[in-house]
Design a protein around this ligand. Structure first.
Ligand code: ADP
Length: 720
């Protein structure tokens, strides 16, 4: 009986395509194959097989099976789950799952080896070659250079039959963790949590645990032990540690390497393609047992995934907003469920979604009490900027400057936190009032002094800062409004000319290596004042850092979306938590124009519970997550009339569904991006509603014109 193979291609097509299985190919689900699409042969994955030969028109046959390892069944299930969750094409998550295979497979190396045949003619040069060839592995080139002879000599020996070529493919080795090594001596609270987690790690099966503890309470130490336990319990077990940012990956990789005397496999966008392929293959065949990575590591082809750790689970960088839209924490839970693995969510300031699940008993909740050892949480103080404002065009208030003087004079370090890259967020013309905007996007251009450019932070567009106003032509009239980290650095340098000042932001941290160097310099005390964006606010332990100054605590509250309060609380609690991590007491000072705001009050009182309770009550009242579900539809197009017609058609086609409300269409706050106009709908649904089913049905009811793009964002984090 002939069979039909459903092949999913890694591109945004609505579904898998049918192909005929050629006789004798014996395909299996998960196999990677080359399949024809139009004139091209593309990589695809067999997702289903059934008997049959197709309808009236014969199906095109699969061209051939690829050498790459098949995708494990759990991965295919996960891809389908993710696509349904995101109401998007399954080819997207498949593309992410195959991203490791972009580099070609390693080329075989040709080694030359002695055959035992003695050549008729022996020269001193030939003798040297034969002596070297007997020791270790050699290519002809390395052999010639090791023997100090020309390549012709080696060639002659091959022709004479004394050496023979042999092709080998080098498989990259992955360090195997040493599970006999002892971990840290845990304190009592940590031990209790570690024991519960160890028991979970030993027992197969899906379970989610929230590991909840203040910054510095030892969550990392505890989950290192859970990883050890999972690896010990099953010799083929694999573990994935997810981190929200590359800068953090470095720190955790260091700790894992120390704990297990073996480096974990590192997976993120900066890992070069050949290394990614090596990791992909090692994850697929089980040689890589511990992987540390960014969100896309969820799509790796684990053979026997037993444990997933999502560190800083509340972090909004886990939300991918472009291309395939998903939240890595939510997908990690789904991946764990499909694999029957344990999932540990760690945070000092868990998301309201996770707290909701823990409160409802869906997740187990483990709490770590105080900071480990002598370290105490920092004192948090509010500086009322209305009472004690900084000088004009300066950003550090007198009380913060005073605290900096005290800290620096004790030889301790200061971090000034401002979550804004560049020099100034706005540039305007003193003569005509023109604000410098991006040409095709609804956003102000941010001045960057290091590069002398004006940059759009949304699209990456940039231009040199002009000498004259492009609007009125006035010379030298452009002024910088407001601070970014570069400007605060300038102020810190002029206030403390003796101090060593550095900036930590994603602009400076182009590579993982420069991040590592800066962190090392900070740890070694080679920096006195670190001006940092959120890139440095998380995860790091700087023992001599005792003062954190938050330059603009109100920044995240402006704009006021659903999570503004939650996000501000989390970010500032993290930033403040950098101070006093060792035995010296730390303090955090928050500059604010709204000290009475609930978020500021909760931070000052270090009362997370009160904040969460108030925020939960407000969300429950308005049916917002975690009490209800949200989804956004973003429609964009280049032709306003076509866009408007489609938006109206979509509005008219809104299905009637119990428990679902649709708001909009409205102009998006960000109404123009890269020349495309944008409109939004917002859907709010009760918890039990199949919001994905609703969205898929709705989208199918109106035909999308070619120039219009519809993006569905389930559980949106950005409302722009
Ligand atoms: P968290 O992940 O909760 O922020 P960490 O695990 O990073 O906390 O711990 C904070 C600091 O305290 C780290 O330097 C860590 O090595 C140290 N620490 C925590 N627990 C212990 C312990 N039981 N023994 C020794 N050092 C510890």
């Amino acid at each position: 009986m002939p069979r039909i193979a459903s092949i999913l291609l890694p591109m945004p097509l609505p579904e898998a395509f049918d192909y005929a299985e050629p006789e004798g190919m014996e395909l299996a689900v998960g196999d990677q194959v080359a399949a024809p699409l139009g004139p091209r042969l593309l990589r695809g994955v067999v997702v289903a097989l059934r008997d049959g030969a197709g309808g009236n028109r014969p199906l095109k046959p699969v061209a051939h099976r690829l050498d790459d390892p098949p995708l494990p069944p759990g991965v295919i299930e996960f891809i389908n789950w993710a696509a349904r969750y995101a109401v998007d094409a399954p080819g997207w998550p498949l593309a992410m799952a195959l991203r490791g295979l972009r580099a070609p497979p390693p080329k075989p190396q040709v080694l030359v080896e002695p055959t035992g045949v003695v050549p008729d003619r022996m020269t001193p040069a030939r003798m040297k070659v034969m002596a070297v060839a007997g020791q270790g592995e050699h290519t002809s080139a390395s052999l010639a250079s090791a023997a100090g002879v020309s390549s012709g000599v080696v060639k002659g020996l091959v022709e004479a039959g004394a050496l023979a070529p042999r092709e080998v493919i080098k498989v990259q080795a992955f360090d195997q963790p040493d599970l006999e090594r002892a971990g840290a001596q845990l304190n009592l609270g940590q031990m209790a949590a570690a024991e519960t987690l160890a028991e979970m790690a030993r027992r197969p099966g899906f379970e989610v645990v929230l590991l909840d503890g203040v910054t510095g309470s030892g969550k990392t130490e505890v989950y290192l032990e859970t990883i050890a336990e999972a690896l010990r319990a099953d010799p083929t077990a694999q573990v994935l540690v997810l981190l929200p940012e590359i800068a953090l990956t470095e720190a955790v990789i260091g700790r894992l390497t120390e704990r297990f005397a073996a480096a974990p496999a590192e997976w993120h966008s900066q890992v070069p393609p050949p290394r990614r392929r090596a990791i992909w293959e090692a994850v697929a065949d089980g040689r890589a047992r511990v992987v540390v990575g960014a969100r896309s590591a969820l799509f790796l082809p684990f053979r026997n995934l037993r444990l997933i750790v999502v560190d800083e689970e509340h972090d909004s960088s886990y939300k991918q907003e472009e291309g395939f839209i998903y939240h890595a924490r939510d997908l990690a839970v789904a991946r764990g469920k499909i694999a029957g693995a344990a999932v540990v969510l760690a945070s000092a300031t868990p998301s309201l979604e996770t707290l909701g699940n823990a409160e409802a008993g869906r997740y187990r909740w483990l709490k770590l009490g105080a900071r480990h050892g002598a370290a105490r949480l920092p004192d948090v103080g509010l500086i009322d900027m209305r009472e004690t404002p900084p000088d004009a065009n300066h950003w550090l208030s007198p009380p913060l400057r005073q605290a900096m003087i005290e800290t620096l004079s004790r030889g301790e370090q200061v971090m000034l936190f401002l979550n804004r890259r560049g020099y100034a967020p706005l540039v305007l013309c003193r003569a005509c009032g023109e604000r410098m905007r991006a040409p095709d996007t609804d956003s102000w251009l941010v001045e960057h002094r290091y590069t002398g450019r004006l940059v759009c932070h949304l699209t990456g567009f940039s231009m040199p800062k002009p000498a004259a106003c492009p609007h009125c032509g006035a010379k030298d009239s452009l002024v910088s409004i407001g601070p970014g980290v570069e400007r605060v650095e300038e102020e810190a340098r002029s206030l403390f000319p003796e101090a060593r000042v550095a900036v930590f932001s994603s602009d400076v941290m182009e590579s993982a290596d420069s991040a590592r160097k800066l962190v090392a310099a900070m740890e070694a005390g080679e920096i006195d004042i670190l001006v940092a964006t959120q890139a440095a606010a998380k995860g790091h332990n700087f023992p001599n850092l005792t003062l954190v100054g938050v330059v603009d605590a109100d920044l995240g509250l402006r704009g006021g979306d659903l999570r503004a309060g939650e996000r501000t609380f989390q970010l500032l609690a993290q930033a403040a938590g950098r101070a006093g991590r060792k035995d010296k007491p730390g303090r955090a000072l928050l500059q604010t124009y709204a000290p009475e705001h609930a978020v500021m009050q909760a931070l000052a009182a270090q009362d997370r519970d009160a904040f969460v309770e108030a925020e939960m009550a407000a969300r429950e009242l308005s049916g917002l997550p975690p009490f209800g579900r949200l989804a956004a539809l973003i429609v964009s197009g280049t032709d306003p009339a076509v866009l408007e017609a489609y938006v109206q058609a979509l509005a008219a086609a809104t299905p009637n569904a119990e428990g679902v409300e649709v708001f909009g269409p409205a102009d998006a706050p960000l109404a123009l991006v890269r020349g495309r106009r944008r409109k939004r709908f917002l859907v709010r649904a009760a918890r039990g509603v199949d919001i994905q089913g609703f969205l898929a049905a709705w989208r199918a009811r109106a035909k999308i014109p070619g120039s219009v793009r519809l993006t569905i964002d389930v559980d949106p984090y950005s409302f722009l």
